[in-house]
Design a protein around this ligand. Structure first.
Ligand code: NAD
Ligand code: LMR
Length: 329
């Protein structure tokens, strides 16, 4: 039998994971490839996690070969090939995601160090827990032996949100849209960019041709969708966040479709003038498990200002976690 892919998931008794774990178990992530789940929680949540494991058992998923649970990152991350770092406090109504920096940041120092010590050589780490971009930076900087580019953060939920908004405006299916991009931070400064997107192969901005909609409707709707869901549900997005986590990791492992790209928050190499080192969202293609930032896109003044504003926020967050002692300057 093929050796199972070991997948660590943190925050495993939480809301997002109550959807995510079952999607992984049923094959949404890796199809028929056997998987072993390694589930991390804090000690008081282990009992609830035992209940989740009972339910996973009761699904009799054919490709879920084993489940290990625990509260020690070094045990849970031992030999893992994929790590989905979901566990962190969600924001409540009225908070910005950056308000979570000091509360959640420390989780990612310990987990970065543990991954550094015990994860498999090929580990890929995706951070969903907020503030996702800077938490990913904290984990990365605490894991100096793991190549820096193996740390990503989730902006795929923003990408998926933007896809649906654009499809609705154009009166088309999401299947008709390609090359949409989220730039910057997973926060209200993010920039959902339709200027390189295509609708059935035609430039989306020409098909829509409505700058007022773009500025006053589309961009704020996508950028503030997380807050709108908290307001409506009384809790932050969970199933859609799990779905986006699967989408990002599946594309990272199995590749992006020909002729399209995905939005992935990855360590900046300076492309498009984004300050080097911050984990910022870019258009990316993936092949053979390695992503590349799409190069050569023209950025007009409108897009430039939006990208700069969001990446400036990431630089500020990096400064804040440096001052908190979570990463070295
Ligand atoms: P939740 O409160 O339901 O679950 C979080 C879980 O994490 C809890 O069970 C908690 O015990 C656990 N946890 C806390 N500290 C931990 C640690 N050190 N190790 C392991 N587990 C730990 O929250 P949720 O709704 O599942 O959301 C989780 C995170 O994901 C939040 O920070 C939320 O803001 C974020 N989120 C991100 C996106 C995105 O697009 N990036 C979308 C939605 C939510
Ligand atoms: C989201 O985008 O839904 C999440 O990041 C939760 C939040 O705090 O907005």
């Amino acid at each position: 039998m093929t050796t199972p892919v070991k997948i660590a998931v943190t925050g495993a008794a939480g809301q997002i994971c109550y959807n995510l774990l079952f999607r992984i178990g049923s094959g949404s992530l890796l199809g028929d490839t056997p998987v072993e789940l390694r589930l991390l929680e804090i000690t008081p949540a282990l009992k609830a996690l035992e209940g989740v494991v009972m339910e996973l058992d009761d699904c009799a998923f054919p490709n879920l070969t084993n489940i290990v649970i625990g509260d020690d990152p070094k045990e849970i991350f031992d030999g893992v090939n994929l790590a989905m770092l979901v566990g962190a406090m969600p924001r409540k109504a009225g908070m910005e995601r950056a308000d979570l920096l000091s509360k959640n940041g420390a989780i990612f120092t310990a987990q970065g160090q543990a991954l550094n010590e015990v994860a498999a050589d090929d580990v890929k780490v995706l951070v969903t827990g907020n503030p996702a971009n800077t938490n990913a930076l904290i984990a990365q900087r605490n894991a100096p032996d793991i190549p820096a580019e193996r740390f990503n953060a989730l902006t795929r939920l923003d990408h998926n949100r933007a896809m649906t908004q654009l499809a609705a405006k154009a009166g088309v299916s999401v299947n008709d849209i390609t090359k949409l991009t989220i730039w910057g931070n997973h926060s209200s400064t993010q920039y959902p960019d339709i200027f390189h997107a295509e609708i059935n192969g035609k430039p989306a901005a020409e098909v829509i041709n409505d700058q007022a909609w773009l500025e006053n409707d589309f961009i704020p709707t996508v950028a503030k969708r997380g807050a709108a869901i908290i307001e409506a549900r009384g809790a932050s997005s969970a199933a859609s966040a799990a779905n986006a986590t699967v989408d990002h990791m599946r594309d990272w492992v199995l590749g992006t479709p020909e002729g399209n790209w995905a939005s992935m928050a990855v360590p900046s190499d300076g492309s498009y003038g984004v300050p080097e080192g911050i984990i910022s969202s870019f258009p990316c293609t993936v092949s053979n498990g390695e992503y590349s930032i799409v190069q050569g896109l023209e950025i007009d003044d409108f897009s430039r200002a939006k990208i700069d504003a969001s990446t400036a926020e990431l630089v500020e967050e990096r400064q804040a976690v440096t001052e908190l002692g979570l990463i070295e300057a």
